[in-house]
Design a protein around this ligand. Sequence first.
Ligand code: DC
Length: 247
Amino acid sequence: MVPEIFNQAVSRDLKEDIITIDGPSGAGKSTIARQVAEKLNFRFLNTGSMYRSMTWLALQRNISFDDEARIIDMARNIHFAISIRGYGEEDFRIEVDGHDVTHHIRSLEVERHVSQVARISGVRRILVQKQREIIQEGGWVVEGRDIGSVVCPQAILKIFLTASSEERVKRRREQFHRGPTSLTGVELEDVEKEMNQRDWLDSTRDDSPLIEPPDSLRIDTTGKSAEEVVEEIMAAYGRSRHAGRHN
Ligand code: DC
C-alpha cells in the first residue's frame, strides 16, 4: 500500500534534491535532519520510525520476532500515514493502520526489539520500496541507516553522522527524559548497554547493514552544536549543487 503523506509544499527550484543522513543511534540524525529541512523548506523523513512502527504492531499482535513469515506479511499489509506539519520534534507524526504511534514507538520495549525486525530482508525490501515512493518527487532530507547506500544512492548529498560513544549515550538518555516513558535508574543504566547492542546488530546484519557510503561526508558531532553541524551540511550542499552532480 502506498504510504499517505500530508505535508507542506517544497520550493520549486530545489524540488528534486534529496539529502541523506545515516549514522548510529544518538549521533543526532533526527535533530539535524529537521533543521536542515527547515533551512531548505524540504520535508524530512525519519525512516527509523517505520521500523519502529512495525515493531510496535508486532508487539501489539503478539507476533513472535522469530516468525519472519508473519512479520513480512504484516509489512506487506501495513498502511502508513505520515504527517509533517512543521519542523519541531512533535511535528513528525506517524500512524499505522489507523493508530497514531508517534509516542508509542519511542518506548523501551520497541527500542529493545526493533533490530530484530530491521534485520529481516523481506521487511527491508518492502519498507525501502515504501520509502522510495514517499521521496520520489524530491525535496526531502531522509535519515536512517541505509539511506545513502540503498534507498537513495543517487542523492545529491550524503552525510554520515557520528559521535563518541559517551556523547551518544548522553543524548539517548536526554531523549528518554523528554519522551513519554520515564525510565527508572536501572533502565537508564541499561541505555548504554542496549544502544551498543542495537548498533552492533544494525552494523553486522547481513542485509544493508549500517555502513559509511564511500561518497558520503562524515561529520563527527561530538562537542558541536546542532547549528554548527547544520551549517557544515548547508555549506556542503551548496558545493554539491555548484558542482552540478545532480542533473
Ligand atoms: O533511527 P532509529 O533509532 O529510530 O532507528 C530504529 C531502528 O531501525 C534502528 O535500530 C535500526 C533500524 N533502521 C534501519 O535498519 N534502517 C533505517 N533506514 C532506519 C532504521
